[in-house]
Design a protein around this ligand. Structure first.
Ligand code: FES
Ligand code: FES
Length: 169
């Protein structure tokens, strides 16, 4: 028998997705994006370029943005994954989600989950960023629709609101 025709050994992994423990048997080559979309039904992360250029597939892995199109599901074992579906808290949208809606920073929506999750990481590092910081941080996330200004306005506004909440609490 030709060894090259043998199916690769499957691997059992455990991880936490949006706060929920998940266990699965996967092929070593299975991509995190396919795992999230096709196995877990989490369709928020989108496939566009498929080569780590556009950012539409971005999820947070232990709090860091990664391109799920170029990350193996196996690399997520024993780690925490956050997708856009896990951002709202008990049905209440995150302030970033609210700001994107209020600033009309969404058109087709294909880039939006990646934009928001990458921005979430920025706001954790820089609580109230100025537009240039937002622009720089989002340089790996491409949008074909909005021209970026509304997205940047939304992130700056969300940062201001979060900073104000922090100051008043
Ligand atoms: S689809 Fe992953 S970076 Fe474009
Ligand atoms: S809203 Fe369409 S790609 Fe950004």
């Amino acid at each position: 028998m030709d060894e090259r025709s043998e199916a690769p050994a499957r691997r059992r992994i455990a991880l936490v997705v949006n706060g929920n423990p998940v266990e699965a048997e996967i092929e070593p080559r299975e991509l995190l994006l396919d795992f999230l979309r096709h196995r877990l039904g989490l369709m928020g992360a989108k496939r566009s370029c498929d080569v780590q250029v556009c950012g539409s597939c971005t999820v947070l892995l232990d709090g860091e943005p990664v391109s799920a199109c170029c990350t193996l599901a196996y690399e997520a074992r024993d780690r925490q994954v956050l997708t856009i579906e896990g951002l709202a808290d008990a049905g209440r949208l995150h302030v970033l989600q609210e700001a994107f809606i209020e600033h009309a920073a969404v058109q087709c929506g294909f880039c939006t989950s990646g934009m928001i999750l990458t921005s979430l990481e920025l706001l954790r590092e820089v609580p109230a960023p100025v537009p240039e910081q937002v622009r720089s941080h989002l340089k790996g996330n491409l949008c074909r629709c909005t021209g970026y200004r509304r997205i940047i306005d939304a992130v700056v506004d969300a940062g201001r609101r979060l900073a104000a909440e922090g100051a008043s609490s």
